[in-house]
Design a protein around this ligand. Structure first.
Ligand code: MN
Ligand code: MN
Length: 326
């Protein structure tokens, strides 16, 4: 098959083939060989060398790809078809040269995402543990500090753990310190669970992040949380980081640090849909750990959240393409 033909193929057409056939790229999109021919790239980041508890998220991208073959093209609520708005493909996995040294592995991630971004392509990543978000945010540094919509059981603003400052519990603290993230345009949603110290929660609060613990989420309801998120993030560029452990383990058991009493899948979907029209520059779904996901449900949930976010990104990219043409 000609490479060019495969890129030109409309994914809406290829999605008419039986779902169980073919090589499972994300959402059955074409494999990207020339980034400049695409608007949005989905990228696997199979790295979990910075976890504090159970490893396994390194297997996330492969299982999410497999589960994502269930994702069709048209969104049932918004009727958005991301593939009619943008050229979308799968750029494969970050080709790691280092996996045993977290800081070197993070450099591999930054290098790969920089290449994609320099071709003018917006990235939607599938982790991997949450430490991967820091090296991705580093590739957005030229835009100045960005806003963040962060769904998670944990604030991930701890200072460090067991002698490392680059674990999956620290990315957003480092991102603030490195000037990548504007804490005043950051919302953290679904926070809960026991801690031995309140240091991470305190850091988020003291630096002006809007922290919505799960109890407040339930008290406010999803529509008010959407309004609050939009108010805090505003019109500036923003990144979505979706840690699957923000969901209740009933919905997403396959993750390294599960916390009971979390978001439902339908609330998370409604929340994401409420972010339409935001100025999004990139996103990730992280911490899907297939070894604890024997039924494959967490991978399906991860793929579904990626699809919801893909619709948002496609609309956001389409708007900025229109503005550039003016
Ligand atoms: Mn996290
Ligand atoms: Mn978490």
């Amino acid at each position: 098959m000609q490479e060019k033909d495969s890129i030109k193929r409309d994914p809406s057409e290829t999605m008419k083939a039986p779902k169980y056939m073919g090589i499972p790229t994300f959402m059955r999109t074409p494999l990207i060989t020339r980034p400049s021919e695409f608007d949005i790239a989905m990228i696997g980041v199979p790295y979990d060398g910075a976890v504090s508890n159970r490893p396994g998220a390194r297997h996330g991208p492969r299982e999410i790809r497999n589960a994502s073959t269930m994702m069709r093209s048209i969104h049932h609520v918004t009727r958005v078809n991301p593939y009619s708005l943008c050229r979308i493909g799968d750029a494969g996995d970050v080709p790691f040269e280092n996996v045993y040294d977290p800081e070197a592995a993070h450099q591999d991630i930054t290098q790969f995402f920089s290449r994609v971004h320099s071709a003018g392509v917006v990235a939607l990543a599938a982790g991997g543990d949450h430490s991967i978000t820091l090296p991705i945010l580093r590739t957005h540094a030229s835009k100045g500090p960005v806003g963040l919509i962060h769904i998670d059981a944990h604030t991930d603003t701890w200072d460090g753990s067991m002698g490392s400052k680059f674990t999956h519990g620290t990315p957003f603290r480092r991102a603030v310190e490195e000037g990548l993230l504007d804490p005043k345009r950051t919302v953290q949603i679904g926070i809960r669970g026991t801690q031995n110290t309140s240091e991470g929660w305190d850091y988020s609060h003291d630096n002006g992040m809007r922290v919505i613990f799960i109890e407040e989420f339930l008290r406010l309801g999803v529509q008010a949380v959407i309004a609050e998120t939009r108010r805090v993030v505003g019109k500036g560029p923003a990144y979505i980081s979706f840690d699957i452990d923000g969901l209740d383990p009933v919905y997403a058991p396959g993750t390294g640090t599960p916390e009971v009493g979390g978001l439902t899948t339908i609330d998370a979907q409604a929340l994401l849909r409420g972010l339409r029209g935001s100025n999004l520059i990139g996103a990730d779904v992280v911490e899907v750990a297939p070894p604890y996901d024997p039924r494959g449900n967490t991978a399906l949930v991860g793929a579904t959240m990626m699809y919801e976010i893909l619709c948002l990104l496609a609309e956001s990219v389409a708007v900025s393409k229109q503005e550039k043409q003016k």
